[in-house]
Design a protein around this ligand. Structure first.
Ligand code: C2E
Ligand code: CA
Ligand code: CA
Length: 801
């Protein structure tokens, strides 16, 4: 039992009464008188104590109550009270103080462990909470009063109501040491016993005792009853609900005062008038019906909702419970209990809205879209009307989002949602399915072209740039369309088909629309099969590395190689473009990338043992690898296990990969740099971001994308792009490698522009390790030779030729 602080008191008067009935009459009477006298003494002493302690406590606590800070006494007040209490406690005037809230929670106690605990409200506390001062007297002999027993042998406990503005807000409870009264009581009891014993006035005493006891009990009982009645009345009056008794025609017979609070009318102002007057005209027939129904069945109960007019003119939503008590003579009417649920309903509606809408854009969410789609399909089954689902996915939004930051990314999404919605008919549903994906439900397209028209409008709406602050941002999207034809599909199938079509639109170059065709589904299935095959390929060791030579252009010397992965499927070598995206999706890229690193380092070491030529090794790294926590350790491990010096390894990263999570990338790159490996930006010039990151990331090398090399011959402008990248490299002290050199003319032009290094089919496609071993010790590169005449049947050149 955690009830520590409230000792179980026994009222002397009552205890005497009980003894009197079971023991000798004379002694009983004597005790009774003694008890009454001591009761009186205790009361006098208590009154005195109440006055002094109340004065002290009121002095400190009342300002807090007035300031409304009783619930959370601030530090200053608490310190003040604590100081005063410490004094009182040391002077032994007060042993303990508590402040109770009306529900039995201790708001304040000088014993901090009690604060915040809630106990059942006992009789004396209830009296105080009813506005009366209650006192008790106890030896604190309960086990839970261990602490009090250490303070004194007997206690006087005083409960004082705390009143604020006429209402009882709580109660103080104060313990005083009762020893002085105790002594007085004992003395009186002895005196009285002597006198009574000498007089031997048994009968008189018995009569007196009986009357006194009975009247005492009666008074107590009456007080309790009165209190209960008052409590009930106050419950009805202060209840948030209005209680009303109506006749079978809605005439009001009684109305509780709460009507003033709920509907703003003066209490009882409507008695003998019809309650229907207060109701919304549209709800009146229903209300009449409701009452007519219930009147027929005695004791029946019905719940309903109606709109009632508030005195301020507004309509409030009322929830009411009607109970037929016409047969109950005490009521003889229908009891109507009602409350205002307007705010609650608004809250419910808001929650419902939140559950079915995307909080960022305010569009429908996936759940609502699915619901609308199912309804639309049911309707289309009935009416044989067509319907279509459009799946919209923003192009490269992740890159845009990462470079903008999430707040502006969100802002952009809101803008996009707004534009998409603005070009739809009112009847069409648009939803945000998550991230940068949207879906549109087009019901009853007017003709077969309609969904495509809608898609065109959607893409058109995104054409103009978005303004984010002073920045112009361009956003495009890919759209897939799935229409339900004669064979009506489920909502799930429609959505999946639209998704597959969208995916095809992405693969076909983005910023475009594709209609779903079953063959697309096959392609999607093939991808799925590929996932399984890839996993097995990893287990079976079907991956190979080929190495494309990197040449010093002016001297034609082989200076390094780039490791390029192939999947050996037995009948053919599959290129990375076919499986790297899927491996990234499934996460297989992590073990695969680790294998590439280890294998490339192992191969480099093997060449070191057969030749004096020290090649450099370039390895491609995907975004997921870079983001992986243990990546730096993985690189270090590959180097350590093969003994390859870190500066002979170059990791190639694309701009997109670097920008995916620039913050994290910066940290990882710094670690890699610390390790001593070289870092290159692959496909340089094709990425989204600006040049600022070139300074931000510790880059050693730029690989000029082959598209620039290919278009160099188109005109001076195109050549100027290559030149400017070369100059940029010079300025920032970065090595440059021209990729995709296919023609001699490109090579000479590059040399003319001052390019240093290059790779491409003009020199060689990717070769097997053996083929590289064969040319390692050649002094200069025989330009073009290998491209025309592959040294090895498995070389890349076979495939390319
Ligand atoms: P990349 O890093 O730009 O690699 C160069 C690609 O260009 C190679 O394609 C190469 O065969 C091809 N190429 C080389 N010279 C010429 C040329 O003169 N003309 C043309 N048209 N193409 C040329 P590949 O091997 O199919 O690799 C494609 C992409 O796959 C690579 O582009 C790289 O991003 C990725 N990749 C290759 N191996 C790996 C790897 O081990 N890990 C990861 N994560 N990605 C890899
Ligand atoms: Ca590369
Ligand atoms: Ca490249």
């Amino acid at each position: 039992m955690n009830r520590i602080a409230v000792p179980r008191f026994q009222r002397p008067g009552l205890r005497a009464g009980v003894l009197g009935l079971s023991g000798g009459l004379v002694i009983a009477a004597a005790f009774l008188i003694a008890a009454n006298v001591s009761d009186h003494l205790a009361t006098t002493a208590t009154n005195e104590a109440v006055r002094t302690t109340a004065a002290v406590v009121h002095g400190y606590v009342d300002p807090m109550v007035m300031a409304g800070s009783l619930e959370t006494p601030d530090a200053a007040h608490a310190a003040l009270i604590n100081g005063e209490l410490a004094q009182l406690v040391s002077s032994h005037q007060i042993l303990r103080i508590k402040i109770w809230s009306p529900n039995g929670t201790i708001l304040y106690s000088d014993l901090p462990a009690l604060v915040g605990q809630t106990f059942p409200v006992d009789d004396e506390l209830a009296e105080a909470l009813d506005g009366e001062v209650a006192t008790e007297y106890s030896s604190g002999d309960q086990p839970e009063n261990v602490y009090e027993r250490g303070l004194a042998t007997h206690f006087l406990s005083i409960y004082l109501p705390i009143e604020v503005g006429g209402h009882v807000a709580g109660a103080y409870e104060i313990y005083e040491d009762a020893a002085p009264i105790e002594a007085q009581i004992a003395a009186t009891r002895q005196d009285v016993l002597l006198i009574v014993g000498a007089m031997a006035m048994g009968l008189l005493a018995l009569l007196f005792g009986a009357f006194s006891g009975a009247s005492h009990l009666l008074a107590r009982q009456t007080r309790r009853l009165r209190r209960n009645a008052e409590r009930f009345r106050s419950l009805v009056q202060n209840s948030a609900d209005v209680n009303m008794v109506v006749r079978p025609d809605w005439t009001i017979a009684y109305e509780s005062p709460a009507v003033e609070r709920v509907l703003g009318y003066p209490a009882a102002g409507h008695v003998r008038r019809s309650a229907l007057e207060m109701l919304h005209p549209d709800d009146r027939p229903w209300a009449e019906q409701l009452l007519a129904e219930i009147v027929r069945i005695p004791g029946a109960q019905i719940t309903g909702e109606l709109r009632a007019r508030h005195a301020d003119g507004s309509w409030r939503l009322i929830e009411l419970v009607l109970k037929n008590l016409l047969n109950d003579p005490a009521v003889a009417g229908v009891v109507v209990n009602y409350r205002d649920i307007t705010v609650r309903r608004e809250l419910e509606d808001e929650l419902k809205r939140q559950a079915f809408h995307d909080s960022l854009t305010g569009l429908a969410n996936r759940a609502l879209f699915a619901d609308r789609l199912e309804h639309a399909i049911a309707r289309s089954r009935r009416l044989r009307g067509p319907l279509a689902v459009l799946f919209v996915d923003l192009d490269d939004f992740k890159t845009v989002n990462d470079s903008l930051g999430h707040t502006e990314g969100d802002q952009l999404l809101v803008g996009v949602a707004h534009r998409l919605q603005s070009v739809l008919r009112a009847g069409d549903t648009i939803a945000r399915m998550g991230g940068d994906e949207f879906a549109v439900l087009v019901e009853d397209p007017s003709d077969a072209e309609a969904p495509n028209e809608v898609a065109g409008r959607l893409l058109g709406s995104l054409e103009a740039p978005f303004m984010l602050g002073s920045k112009e941002v361009f956003v495009h999207a890919s759209v897939g369309i799935a229409a339900s034809g004669p064979s009506i599909l489920s909502g799930e199938e429609l959505l999946r088909n639209a998704d597959v079509a969208m995916y095809t639109a992405k693969n076909n170059g983005k910023n475009r629309v594709e209609d779903f065709r079953p063959s697309m589904h096959e392609a999607a299935l093939a991808r799925l099969a590929l996932k399984g095959d890839l996993e097995r390929a990893m287990e079976r060791g079907e991956f190979r590395l080929l190495y494309q030579p990197i040449i010093h252009l002016e001297s034609s010397r082989l200076i390094g190689v780039e490791a390029l992965i192939r999947w050996d499927r037995g009948d053919r070598l599959v290129g990375p473009d076919e499986f790297i995206p899927v491996a990234e999706e499934t996460g297989l890229i992590l073990p695969l990338g680790k294998w590439v690193l280890e294998e490339a380092c192992r191969q480099l070491h093997a060449w070191d043992t057969t030749s004096t030529r020290r090649l450099k090794m370039s390895v491609n790294v995907s975004g997921r690898q870079l983001q992986q926590a243990g990546f730096v350790a993985e690189v270090a491990g590959a180097l350590a296990s093969t003994g390859v010096r870190p500066d002979r390894l170059t990791l190639e990263l694309t701009e997109t990969v670097l920008m995916q999570d620039a913050e994290a990338a910066t940290a990882t790159l710094a670690d890699l740099k610390w390790l001593g490996v070289r870092l290159a930006i692959d496909d340089f010039g094709t990425g989204y971001s600006s040049l600022s990151y070139l300074r931000r990331f510790p880059i050693d090398e730029l690989k000029i994308d082959r598209s620039f090399i290919a278009s160099m011959a188109d005109g001076p402008e195109q050549a100027a792009v290559v030149l400017s990248i070369l100059r940029l490299g010079e300025t920032l002290h970065l090595e440059t490698v021209a990729e995709g050199i296919e023609l001699e003319g490109q090579m000479t032009a590059l040399v003319g522009l001052g390019a240093d290094l290059g790779q491409g089919f003009f020199f060689s496609a990717a070769l097997t390790p053996t083929a590289i071993t064969g040319i390692l010790d050649e002094v200069t590169w025989q330009a073009g030779e290998l491209a025309r005449e592959p040294a090895d049947a498995q070389s890349e050149a076979v495939r390319v030729a």
